[in-house]
Design a protein around this ligand. Sequence first.
Ligand code: NAP
Length: 328
Amino acid sequence: MRVFITGATGLIGSHLVDALVERGDRPVALTRDASRIPSHWHGKVDVVTGDPQTEGKWMESLCLCDAVVNLAGEPVAGRRWNARVKAEIEGSRVESTALIALAIRGSDPHPQIFISASASGYYGNQPWEKELTEAHPPGEDYLAVVCRRWESASSLGTLDGLVRKVNVRISIVLDAERGALARMLTPFKLGLGGPIGNGSQPFPWIHIDDMAGIILWALDNPQVRGPLNACAPQAVTSRTFATTLGKVLNRPAFFPIPGFVLKLRFGEGAAVLLSGQRMVPAQAQALGYSFRYPELGPALQNLLDRKKIPEADLNRLNREPSKKGQPG
Ligand SMILES: NC(=O)c1ccc[n+]([C@@H]2O[C@H](COP(=O)([O-])OP(=O)(O)OC[C@H]3O[C@@H](n4cnc5c(N)ncnc54)[C@H](OP(=O)(O)O)[C@@H]3O)[C@@H](O)[C@H]2O)c1
């Protein structure tokens, strides 16, 4: 399968590209900056340079593919949402998704599958008591409105019926090198970690392997369509997340990050850290996606063990002499 991927250089995109290569598919990676392409992709991945917000030659490459996975998006977390940032957040999602939908609609032949990212923020800020399947209506705060427009853009030109379309409502993706968990590791390792705000808000999460896995599964499984919650089955609050991470790292995790500090620092942008959704992966479970990491403790343990591998390798190499009798 030739799979066109926007946002291919990002956290999710790069894992997806590697997973596609590993199983013998041909990814076509769109980037605005070819220097971001990792060297191990050479010869295995077709690279197209272009901006998904602007019409360009990338649209022709997209139309020659069997499937499109749309993951482009300006970072949302850890920023003040001034007018410029909001325009970037929206443009990189809504406008690029609309252009992709129109490109698919306007070409013949065209990709048969369109998987487009959305986020748990679609549901707005919701209390722990509320379990959210894909049937739940959208929220009304800023991110919820962006997600609703993002999802609507994927249907532009009435794509429904023409392609199999999936809107993946992505929760917080856990990876030890990039993203939310990677940013938390230093304070937690120093024993300065803790819950965000009062800690009672849901913290929807998914291991990076399951994130890539669920997209592959959605590509392969013709029954999967429409909104798809991408989160692990075990729901936790921000406090449980912090205590579990503290346990796995063997560090205390008592220091909360007060909400007012985040609001002073990020203004409206603090919402992404202080709000949460108790999502349920209803479609994935109903159609039989098998989670590799359904529970948080083992997921975190696995990610942190992986991070240790290079160190362990280094120690082993330092201990073992090379074949020539020199240190390895
Ligand atoms: N990771 C999460 O926890 C999470 C949670 C919920 C939703 N999501 C959504 O899932 C998608 C992928 O997430 P991710 O974590 O892989 O994101 P990421 O690591 O930040 O990567 C996003 C990619 O999008 C492209 N991009 C960034 N700004 C852009 C802009 N202004 N215009 C066009 N392209 C732009 C970049 O590619 P180039 O620079 O190579 O062009 C970048 O590699 C995003 O839309 C994100 O909002 C992620």
